[in-house]
Design a protein around this ligand. Structure first.
Ligand code: FAD
Length: 299
């Protein structure tokens, strides 16, 4: 029989043991190790501060028992992968044939000075914030999440619940702002008709329609050179006059800690990048939106 050790008591660990029992049936013995006695259904955590729901805890020992697995209340602290042995904080050793590590992510403070919502652990603190808002001590709420975070949904849920909370209590004059982390670039805006409460048209086989949209950080540029194709000779550096126009909404600083320069990338006919970080041409002065400047670029 294959001995499977699963570290974790979250949804990943539980799905693993349930699926294993279902697929491998009696060919595996399963041991679940987690430092907390209960599984917490965290999606409901955003409702708790508003008194609209409670995060349910389910005893891990019961879930383990229901699928014929053992349960140990402990944390795995080290694994000897060659010897197939895992050690726990309490000093126990588990021999295994297969080890599943499902210990989740550790919440970290990403925006210093901000209140970080980690889940049920912050219900009381968020409730206190709502009390402060009601008392008039908070006039502006900013909800933000750092770029690169893969699960920003709780932030949007908290922001929507907070605005509903304000509206229901007629708390006028409290401003709420969501600072989105989306990166600049080309995005697709997908149009789709919806029969409200029934279905999106695309779900019934009707093709949807895409439109390209660009999300800008305020920078924009257009480039003009005398001729779109010009001859370069090997070993003969030259200089090109390039006229740049600022088509964005931000001024290009010519100097300072983060100046804007003209550079270039050189691509082969097949698109292969030959030079990525080409030489630079400096701007003589700052270039405001709508203004143009001509620079000499050495290539
Ligand atoms: C406020 C909030 C709202 C969310 N809302 C949603 C939602 O609406 N929909 C959705 O799909 N997802 C939502 N998520 C995300 C979802 O909760 C996570 O994706 C999910 O919990 C990840 O599951 P996991 O098992 O990988 O990790 P976790 O749930 O983090 O579980 C990790 C487990 O490992 C245990 N553990 C840690 N260290 C050890 C160790 N050394 N040894 C053994 N065990 C260890 C922990 O005690 C815990 O039981 C939300 C998350 C939060 C915080």
């Amino acid at each position: 029989m294959t001995r499977v050790l699963v570290a974790g008591g979250g949804v990943a660990a539980l799905e693993a043991i349930l699926a294993l029992r279902d697929l491998a049936e009696e060919r595996v013995s399963i041991e679940l190790v987690a430092p907390e006695p209960q599984f917490w259904y965290r999606p409901l955590a955003v409702l708790e501060p508003f008194g609209m729901g409670t995060v349910h805890g389910i005893e891990l020992v019961e879930i383990a028992e229901s699928c014929g697995a053992g349960f140990t209340l402990d944390a795995v602290v080290s694994v000897d992968a060659d010897a197939h042995v895992a050690r726990t904080r309490a000093g126990a050793e588990f021999e295994y044939d297969a080890f599943v590590l499902a210990s989740g992510a550790r919440p970290e403070r990403a925006v210093h000075g901000a209140f970080t919502f980690r889940g049920p652990a912050d219900t009381t603190a968020f409730r206190n914030l709502l009390t402060e808002i009601q008392a008039g001590a908070v006039r502006h709420l900013v909800f933000t999440v750092p770029g690169g975070a893969s699960w920003p949904l709780p932030l949007y849920e908290l922001a929507l619940l907070a605005t509903t909370f304000l509206a229901e209590r007629h708390l006028v004059g409290v401003e709420t702002t969501i600072v989105t982390p989306e990166d600049p670039g080309r995005y697709a805006l997908r149009f789709d008709m919806v029969n409200e409460g029934v279905a999106w048209f695309s779900g019934t086989g009707v093709p949807d329609g895409d439109a390209a949209v660009s999300v800008s950080n305020g920078f924009g540029a257009s480039y003009a050179i005398g001729s779109s194709a010009f001859a370069l000779k090997v070993g003969r550096p030259t200089s090109l006059a390039v006229t740049l126009t600022n088509t964005g909404t931000r001024t290009w600083p010519a100097a300072g800690s983060q100046p804007v320069h003209l550079g270039y990338h050189l691509l082969a006919p097949n698109g292969f990048v030959l030079v990525w970080d080409g030489s630079r041409a400096n701007l003589a002065t700052d270039v405001a939106p709508g203004q143009s400047a001509t620079v000499q670029l050495p290539v």
